[in-house]
Ligand binder design. Structure first.
Ligand code: 5GP
Length: 189
């Protein structure tokens, strides 16, 4: 059986990534969303084991020590990590796997994936039309405190400088167009 594809999606907070991913997951039931571990507190409506595996610091560190993560990083002052178990079994079964990770995680993966894995991987960057648009979306979302918004905006500025390292950049000027572009990547042979 041929291996599935690995689609790595990165975007600054508020670029519309979650909305795009959510839409594509609904239209592609066979796509596997890699559920990451995080030490961040769950937001309202987030489900443990579905959005993230929510862990405390000691649970997270145990997984680091046990080598359970293919990559992990501290993002906006919380730890996030991709479990090896969320990737390899699915890829080997021919399933396409979607990874939602930050620029640090994407950089780590670029460095550690072997040639066989690189051949099935596509690194996608979803960019907001501008920093102002990003700020507007972050505020409209209403899920973060002012401090968190400021941290995320500061990080977004440095993350945007990294976008040229990605295979494909999607500019999210218009959500329907961005969804269409992302769907085309998932459906590509
Ligand atoms: P949020 O807290 O808004 O869900 O996610 C914050 C950031 O952490 C996003 O950029 C998201 O892509 C990133 N992230 C989520 N899971 C992982 C992961 O497993 N590894 C890394 N490196 N980043 C992650």
């Amino acid at each position: 059986m041929s291996k599935g594809k690995l689609i790595i999606v990165t975007a600054p907070s508020g670029a519309g990534k979650s909305t795009i991913i959510h839409h594509v997951m609904q239209t592609h039931p066979n796509l596997h969303f890699s559920v990451s571990c995080t030490t961040r507190a769950p937001r309202k409506n987030e489900i443990d084991g579905q959005d993230y595996f929510f862990l405390n610091d000691s649970q997270f560190n145990k997984k680091v020590d046990a080598g359970e993560f293919i990559e992990h990083a501290c993002v906006h002052e919380n730890n996030y990590g991709t479990l090896k178990s969320e990737l390899m079994n699915f890829i080997d079964d021919g399933k396409n796997v979607l990874l939602d990770i930050d620029v640090q995680g994407a950089n780590q993966l670029r460095n550690i994936l072997n040639d066989e894995m690189k051949a099935i991987a596509t690194f996608v960057y979803i960019a907001p039309p501008s920093i102002e648009a990003l700020e507007e979306r972050l505020r409209a979302r209403g899920t973060e405190t002012e401090d968190v918004i400021q941290t995320r905006l500061a990080n977004a500025k440095s993350e945007l400088d990294e976008k040229d390292k990605f295979d494909i950049i999607i500019m999210n000027h218009k959500l329907s167009k961005a969804i269409e572009e992302f769907t085309a990547i998932v459906d590509a042979p």
